[in-house]
Design a protein around this ligand. Structure first.
Ligand SMILES: N[C@@H](CCC(=O)N[C@@H](CSC=O)C(=O)NCC(=O)O)C(=O)O
Length: 277
């Protein structure tokens, strides 16, 4: 592992690290905020999965998570959104290829050799963090924005028992029925839509739900709201009678001004689950 930077931040440390990923077959960079409490032993961790076009850096510098995480004594990890590098496939569109891994394991050419973001976030990075940092693997929660909200919800529902709580900011909610989804799922997973279902939060909600609390915020003025399809997830939540708070925030768009506005609520929400019994 290479330490790219470490900065004092709200009494803790905001670090950026690079390591060789066997899942993605390339070097991967991630951000990790450790609160002051991490000096004394393992702390709970909140995963923050970012959206299209992001690296580990966007949320780390724009979401305002560290102040609230420091208050709660929680670590926050900011993974990258895709494999990267010269030998890694890419596409001219901003929503496919590097910066747009969609948190799936690609099976199709030219993506399959490197685009294994599901394995990276679900398996490899958690193991790597546990080995190298004071992280309590029994107290994990997950959140994310847009494509990252999709990743957070699908990981939480597919890995029962892993996360105590899940939240999302403007998540892509029904990707099998929207252009933010169909394009990427067909490119990465192929045309058999049966393989897409485990990556659709609204379908997963109908099929299995989540054994814990959920908080979702979406801006009512989100410029991408038709691509996000919040109504599909909200109706699946209602149908299932899932424990959840789903808020449409008047006036807010899709930007990090929206994310940072509600970050305190989300971290407080996760802290209750992480410090509960
Ligand atoms: N390039 C497009 C849209 C890019 C965009 O808005 N990306 C969002 C996530 S969208 C869903 O996953 C984002 O987080 N951008 C990074 C940031 O720092 O704001 C366009 O420009 O319209």
């Amino acid at each position: 592992m290479e330490t790219l930077s470490e900065n004092a931040c709200f009494g803790g440390v905001q670090g950026v690290y690079r390591h060789a990923s066997s899942a993605c077959q390339c070097d991967m960079t991630f951000g990790l905020f450790l609160p002051a409490e991490a000096k004394d032993g393992p702390v709970p961790v909140l995963w923050y999965l970012s959206g299209l076009t992001c690296t580990h850096e966007n949320a780390m510098t724009k979401a305002g998570a560290q102040a609230w995480a420091a208050e709660q004594g929680i670590a926050v990890v900011f993974p990258d959104t895709s494999p990267r590098g010269e030998g890694v496939a890419d596409h001219e569109d901003y929503d496919l290829g590097q910066g747009a891994g969609f948190y799936v394991n690609a099976t199709q050419a030219p993506w399959a050799p490197h685009f294994k973001m599901w394995d990276y976030v679900a398996e490899e990075l958690p193991g790597f963090l546990k080995e190298n940092f004071p992280i309590d693997g029994d107290r994990q929660a997950i959140t994310g924005h847009s494509m990252g909200g999709h990743g957070a919800l699908t990981l939480a529902m597919n890995l029962p028992g892993r996360f105590r709580s899940v939240s999302a900011f403007a998540p892509i909610s029904n990707p099998t029925r929207a252009d933010w989804g169909r394009k990427q799922l067909s490119a990465y997973l192929g045309d058999d839509e049966a393989a897409w279902a485990k990556h659709d939060a609204a379908l997963l909600m109908k099929e299995k739900g989540f054994d814990g609390p959920i908080l979702i915020d979406t801006g009512a003025n989100d410029q991408f709201i038709d691509l996000l399809r919040p109504e599909a997830l909200a109706s699946a939540i209602a149908e299932r009678r899932q424990q959840a708070t789903y808020r449409l925030q008047p006036g807010y768009d899709h930007s990090y001004f929206f994310v940072s506005t509600f970050m305190e609520d989300h971290i407080t929400f996760h802290a209750e689950a992480l410090y509960g019994d």
